[in-house]
Each structure stands twice: as structure tokens, then as C-alpha cells.
Design a protein around this ligand. Structure first.
Ligand SMILES: [Zn+2]
Length: 244
């Protein structure tokens, strides 16, 4: 199958923005993809934003970001402390945080929550992502949960075994406050990776999956300066006032 690559114009460093409602969402949703991507694009810069935390969970979130972003030269990690499970009720404050973020970052690709995620905080972050970033590639990740909202994603990132192993180990080692939750276990995370690996015919049997609602096809020549300089003038539109 013809694949896609995260090519940037003129080979400029890839700029990645990760948005998670809770402290472990980014790691669970796209941790393997980040490990692979940062290996392939060591020049990438990453903005990592978590919207809710407690002092205990903030420490875990910082630890998670440090593990997943090890070796990244330019990284910005922000952990907000909006109240868990109440995002729709503190919407203006979170909206303000998004507006500030928009002025600070110009991402090439954004990882955020699935629009139809049944956790209200996740869905709210997804909605604000689309409200705020209007001309960007957005990939929505999935989070296993009691509510059961796994669907049919359409964008797959095959992963090697070592990416999966590191993803799961980093999560389990970092978020110790979550140990005991039924959904927080290596077999749950591995099941999701295997399922999406089957659906994408992944060479090493595992993949992370995303919902990609909009992709714009840009011809390679459009990214080259010479080609842009030779670009033809816009097609003139008829001026109705000059009609015979
Ligand atoms: Zn969450």
C-alpha cells in the first residue's frame, strides 16, 4: 500500500503538538507513534500539553514526558491543573489556554483526542483542538475505557516490537497512581496495539490508530522555492460590471 510520510517543506524540523486531557492520555493514545516518529525525525520539536492534574499526577506527567521525549532537543511541556471530569464546566478558562497556545506554536501535526470519545474531558479537548487550529493536520487518538468507544479509525502507524515494549513499560513505570484500575494494565495496552496491527497488516503485528478527518494533498513541487516562484498568476475572474 502506498504510504504517507510526515515530510515538511524544505526539510525543516517537524513540529509536533500533543494535547491530552489527563496526565497519561498522550502516552496511552500516541506514545508508540511518538517513539517511532522522534527516532525517525531527531530534529523534531515537541509541545506537550496536559490539561488536568493534581500535584501527585503532575509529577507523573512530567516523568512520562521526560521518558517519551528523551533526546528531543526542543521540547516544551505544560501541565495545567484544570479539574478532572469538569472540563465543560470550566470551558472559558480552558478556551483561554488554547488561545494562548495558538499564539505560541505553529505545529505541522497535532495529536489530540477522538472527537467521539465518550469521556467528556476528552471530547472537549478534541472540540477545542479543531476550533483553535484551523489549517493543520490533526490526528485523533483513542483511549480504552469502560464506556466502550473504540470505533473504526482510518490512520495507522505500524510499530516495531521495541516501540510497543517501551511504550507499555514507560506507562506502567510512570503512572503508579493508576495501578489498580482495571483498564491500566499491559495486556489492555497490548490488545489495542495488536488489534490495530491486524487491521493495518503491520509488519511486526502492532500499530497505533488514529482518526484523520481531513488531509490536504500538496504536490511535491509546491514545496520547492523555485516552483513557487514560477507559479502562474491566478486565473482572472470575469468582472460582471464590464459585461457587454
Ligand atoms: Zn483521559
Amino acid at each position: 500500500m502506498l504510504g504517507l510520510h510526515f515530510d515538511t517543506p524544505h526539510g525543516t524540523p517537524l513540529r509536533i503538538l500533543c494535547l491530552g486531557a489527563h496526565c497519561d492520555d498522550i502516552e496511552i493514545g500516541c506514545g508508540g507513534t511518538l517513539l517511532r516518529l522522534l527516532e525517525e525525525r531527531p530534529d523534531a520539536s515537541v509541545h506537550w500539553v496536559v490539561f488536568s492534574s493534581t500535584p501527585e499526577r503532575k509529577k507523573e506527567a512530567l516523568g512520562g514526558a521526560e521518558l517519551f521525549l528523551a533526546g528531543v532537543r526542543e521540547k516544551h511541556v505544560t501541565i495545567h491543573d484544570f479539574r478532572d471530569s469538569c472540563f465543560p464546566y470550566v470551558s472559558l478558562d480552558i478556551k483561554d489556554a488554547f488561545e494562548r497556545l495558538k499564539r505560541e506554536v505553529a505545529p505541522d501535526v497535532i495529536f489530540t483526542h477522538f472527537r467521539q470519545d465518550l469521556h467528556q474531558d476528552h471530547a472537549f479537548i478534541s472540540q477545542l483542538t479543531w476550533n483553535t487550529f484551523r489549517n493543520h493536520l490533526i490526528l485523533e487518538f483513542e483511549i480504552p475505557k469502560y464506556d466502550g468507544d473504540f470505533g473504526t479509525p482510518n490512520f495507522f502507524v505500524p510499530l516495531e516490537g521495541r516501540h510497543c515494549e517501551r511504550k507499555i513499560r514507560f506507562i506502567l513505570d510512570t503512572f503508579v497512581s493508576q495501578v489498580g484500575h482495571q483498564w491500566f494494565s499491559a495486556d489492555v495496552f497490548m490488545s489495542a496495539l495488536r488489534l490495530r496491527g491486524v487491521e493495518s497488516n503491520a509488519p511486526e503485528r502492532c500499530a497505533e490508530a488514529f482518526y484523520c478527518r481531513k488531509v490536504v494533498f500538496t504536490p511535491m513541487s509546491a514545496a520547492r522555492p523555485a516552483a513557487r516562484a514560477e507559479k502562474s498568476a491566478p486565473i482572472p475572474l470575469d468582472d460582471p460590471s464590464k459585461a457587454a
